[in-house]
Every structure is written in structure tokens, then in C-alpha cells.
Design a protein around this ligand. Structure first.
Ligand SMILES: [Zn+2]
Ligand SMILES: [Zn+2]
Ligand SMILES: [Zn+2]
Length: 87
């Protein structure tokens, strides 16, 4: 079974969201999103792959921060972009 080593290198506390009101890039563009993801490497808030602009994945490709958390109310699952696993 696949496991993720990246979660071990995460800080004990999740970083504060840089843009608590929504996807950082979509807010700048005036674009819309479906769901939000919080990057646990830096606090970047990006939109999910169901959103037209997929900024959470774009952020991973640019910065290489491997793990993002759901930023939706009541959801606390985490996703590793490298291993493509819920972690
Ligand atoms: Zn991983
Ligand atoms: Zn976005
Ligand atoms: Zn990041």
C-alpha cells in the first residue's frame, strides 16, 4: 500500500491562510472557483481541480509544496500532490 512521507515534514500547525476569502489568483483575476485548498507548505489558498483555473495544482507545479488541506468548512482531509493520495 502506498504511503506518503511528505506529511512528516509538515509543521505541527497548519499555516494561516494568506487569503482567507478565497483563491489567491482567482481573487486577483475576478474569477470563480468551486472548492478551495490550503497549501500546508506556505498558506497559499488555491482552487481545486473542479474549478476552471485549478490554481491549487498550478501552485504545486510552480512551488513544489506537496500537501494541501481542504479549505472547505467541516472538511479536514489532506491531499498529497506527489503521491496522489489522501494523507
Ligand atoms: Zn506525499
Ligand atoms: Zn483559483
Ligand atoms: Zn505552497
Amino acid at each position: 500500500m502506498a504511503t506518503c512521507e511528505h506529511v512528516r515534514s509538515l509543521p505541527a500547525q497548519d499555516p494561516a491562510p494568506n487569503t482567507p476569502d478565497g483563491c489567491e489568483e482567482c481573487l486577483a483575476l475576478g474569477a470563480r472557483w468551486v472548492h478551495l485548498r490550503l497549501c500546508l507548505g506556505c498558506g497559499h489558498v488555491g482552487c481545486c481541480d473542479s474549478s476552471p483555473n485549478k490554481h491549487a495544482s498550478a501552485h504545486f507545479e510552480k512551488e513544489g509544496h506537496p500537501v494541501a488541506r481542504s479549505f472547505e468548512p467541516g472538511e479536514d482531509w489532506r491531499w498529497c500532490f506527489v503521491d496522489e493520495l489522501i494523507v
